[in-house]
Design a protein around this ligand. Structure first.
Ligand code: NAD
Length: 735
């Protein structure tokens, strides 16, 4: 069935409408490209056509390239994948260039047909690169519309001309947030930046496009870069101003990415090299760099985790089959502290009625005020309207009265981390809520199976574990207790979908999944302090591996008293098997000195009066003098990376994790595991099991038994297999 439709009007204007059958959002496929190509040919060859409008039959224009198709491109590119991919991309460039030149005489630049992009809503990726090749871009003033090029966020760059056209149109500085940070913008903003031409009322979109076509002259169709004497805005690299700008951009990108994201480097190279050659050669340069990025193994891993599998999980890939719709109508939240208030806010924002309970009315009101604070921040940034704020707040009923929970279909408990307090509120709530209501705890450390003992309906008892701050962190860990039934899992998943976060489902075990992996990361960093590794080396090595924050900064953020509390509880529970005693000496010393982390304005770091981190605390080097011979930075990186990844493997071996896709997506969203790698399992696959085992053995010998390779990793190495080869469902084995 056709993805693009062609219709010629009596007024001599052809309208090409993008409208993929059976999809709510258009995405570009290879079939779609062929159809568009034919329609453009038809319009250009037909003398009775004076102009063309490219628009969409849906509320949005397009979401971008079909990344499934892109992921398959490499496998289907034949014996010489680089050549196959390069040729495929050049075909796209030829089509877009055909639109841009629109049949004009190559010498006189006359006689072309005006082609206008008319965008009813969001246009992303190639869905914005196609308009960029048109002669005019008109967008509807749709408040939900976002325009832009977000490819860099999944490890690619705008490779259908975006990297070449955007900086040539508006200069490198203005282009940076759009192409290097993937920031999507509303139409009015895009007009201000100069990337689109007009914003008109939605019902005037096609009329406005026609009007422009009717008045268009030959000169209006010639892009700046096709005119004589074109100059790169802000200066090309060999111009003194341009030189400075390019050097600055290279530094900025390296500072932000630490050199681990191949797409960011390739993008800058494509722009730099493209800027010193004619436009058509620049497109070729862009295609070569894009091919290189697509052929880099970590790119496939990143697309797989951050796009394909993340989306699959959000759509319910692990939802129990045969359970009917469990969307939440009325949510009860017990405990209006930091977490409970955050949960109440995100639920109310998603249109769910919330009863927010705390021990005193004052505490309950404080929880609701937290939501108000976030909404006020949104109003300041013009993201939220005052009406929206009122609507959201009206959905939150802050009270101390458990009777108000009547009719709730989901409860999330977020009271103090104390089994006795939790048991008490479970009983109180169950006395009021309907029998069918599902009950969840947001505990971060207490086993769900144990907490469920306080419940009269343990099959309806589950863990729904949020990360802090709730309104910013997108991962939600759902924990199945021994007796948790399918309906509870479905309820938790449907709720997470309602609030537009990404779920993973794991089995009950100490620290579940995310905290289980992040704690060893923190401990490894702290342990190195005691060994005499330079604190700055620890932090930099972590970031060079691709972690968003080093282990010492992370400890300061989550607070040192929390670390001490967890250490004490874990030690009590594990006895002699407790693995982190070396780290505790450092942690306890900071605790004793009142250096509790960011909240105390003192921790592993020093802070100024405004709470800004200023430098690593010199006391670290005084208390634990640095070794005269520091370990190689590679070893520090590997230690910090492997402690996390090996813990993830053990979680899989022990069936805490049931699906490696969840292990990878959860690691990136939950604690920021090097996103470039696609997650711990993808990273180990990139390394190769054999190499990973050899590295583990070397580190185990030098730094301790915790690096001993888990049996599963050894087995993969012996059999020459990979995690995704063995465990990924269906077609993803090939990715
Ligand atoms: P908090 O201390 O900020 O809030 C707890 C709230 O529960 C307080 O407002 C308190 O008044 C209320 N409360 C205590 N006893 C109550 C009772 N009997 N009835 C009604 N309300 C009562 O704590 P928090 O950080 O929001 O943590 C809450 C839960 O979430 C804990 O189980 C914690 O382990 C878990 N958690 C915390 C984080 C985090 O980063 N803080 C992350 C994930 C999970």
């Amino acid at each position: 069935m056709a993805e693009f439709h062609y219709e010629k009007g009596d007024d001599g204007i052809a309208i090409i409408t993008w409208d993929m059958p059976g999809k709510s959002m258009n995405v570009m496929t290879f079939d779609g490209l062929r159809e568009l190509d034919q329609h453009v040919d038809t319009a250009l060859a037909d003398d009775s056509v004076r102009g063309v409008i490219i628009t969409s039959g849906k509320k949005d224009f397009a979401g971008g390239m079909d990344l499934n198709a892109l992921a398959r491109m490499r496998d289907e590119a034949g014996e010489n994948p680089a050549e196959g991919i390069f040729n495929g991309i050049m075909d796209i460039h030829r089509l877009l260039r055909k639109i841009e030149l629109a049949g004009m005489d190559p010498k006189t630049k006359k006689g072309g047909k005006p082609i206008v992009a008319a965008l009813p809503g969001t246009a992303a990726g190639i869905g914005f690169e196609l308009p960029l090749a048109c002669h005019r871009i008109i967008a509807a003033d749709n408040p939900k519309a976002k325009l832009g090029l977000p490819e860099i966020l999944v490890g690619l760059f705008p490779g259908a001309g975006g990297a070449t056209r955007v900086p040539r149109k508006i200069g490198l500085m203005a282009a940076a947030p759009i192409i290097m940070e993937g920031r999507m913008q509303p139409p009015a903003k895009m007009k201000g930046i100069g990337l689109i031409d007009d914003v008109v009322p939605a019902d005037k979109l096609i009329d406005a496009a026609k009007e422009w076509i009717n008045g268009a002259k030959d000169a209006d169709l010639v892009k700046p870069w096709d005119q004589k004497g074109y100059k790169f805005p802000g200066g090309a690299p060999y111009h003194p101003a341009g030189f400075q700008m390019f050097v600055g951009a290279a530094v900025m990108i390296h500072g932000k990415t630490q050199g681990v994201y191949p797409a960011a480097r390739a993008l800058l190279a494509a722009i730099y090299e493209g800027a010193i050659v004619p436009f058509d050669t620049a497109l070729k340069v862009e295609a070569r760099w894009f091919t290189k990025v697509l052929l880099t193994p970590s790119t496939s891993s990143m697309i797989r985790s951050l796009f394909l599998n993340k989306q699959a999980l959000e759509k319910g890939a692990v939802r129990p089959k045969g359970v009917d719709d469990q969307r939440v109508q009325k949510l009860g939240v017990l405990g209006a502290g930091m977490m409970g208030a955050g949960i109440a806010y995100v639920a109310a924002l998603a249109g769910i009625d919330v009863t927010l309970i705390d021990a005193t009315q004052e505490a309950a009101d404080r929880g609701k005020a937290h939501a108000e604070g976030i909404l006020d921040g949104g109003i300041k940034r013009k993201k939220v309207t005052p009406e929206k704020k009122e609507q959201v707040l009206a959905r939150i009923n802050a009270t101390t009265d458990y009777a108000a929970l009547e009719g709730a279909d989901l409860i999330i408990e977020a009271v103090f981390e104390d089994p006795a307090v939790k048991a008490e509120v479970t009983k109180k709530a169950e006395a009021v809520i309907p029998e069918s209501c599902i009950y969840a705890s947001n505990t971060s450390t207490l086993p769900i199976t144990e907490l469920a003992k306080a419940s009269a309906r343990p099959d309806q008892f589950i863990g729904i574990h949020f990360f802090s701050p709730v309104h910013k962190m997108n991962l939600v860990e759902i924990i199945k207790g021994k007796e948790t039934g399918d309906r509870a899992v479905a309820k938790a998943l449907d709720f997470v979908r309602q609030i537009r976060k990404t779920p993973i489902v794991v089995n009950d075990a100490r620290f579940f999944y995310a905290n289980r992996c992040i704690i060893p990361y923190i401990n490894e960093g702290v342990r190195m302090i005691r060994e005499g590794v330079e604190p700055a080396l620890i932090e930099h090595a972590a970031q060079q591996f691709g972690m968003p924050v080093g282990p010492l900064q992370l400890t300061d953020e989550t607070s040192i008293d929390l670390g001490v509390k967890i250490a004490k509880a874990t030690k009590a529970a594990m006895g002699d098997a407790y693995p982190a005693a070396d780290a505790d000496e450092v942690l306890f010393k900071l605790f004793d000195e009142g250096r509790l982390g960011r909240k105390a304005n003192a921790g592993f770091y020093e802070y100024d009066d405004k709470g800004k981190r200023t430098r690593l605390w010199p006391g670290l080097r005084e208390n634990w003098p640095p070794l005269t011979e520091q370990p190689p930075v590679e070893d520090v990186k590997l230690r910090l990376a492997l402690v996390q990844a090996l813990e993830a493997v053990r979680a899989l071996e022990e069936n805490v994790l049931m699906d490696i896709r969840e292990g990878d997506v959860g690691a990136i969203l939950g604690w920021g595991f090097a996103p470039w790698s696609g997650g711990p399992f993808s990273w180990l696959d990139l390394l190769g099991a054999e190499q990973a085992v050899a590295t583990c053995e070397r580190l185990a010998e030098t730094y301790g038994e915790r690096f001993n390779p888990p049996a599963l990793l050894r087995d993969l190495a012996e059999k020459g297999e990979s995690f995704y080869g063995r465990f990924a469902p269906g077609e993803e084995k090939a990715a």
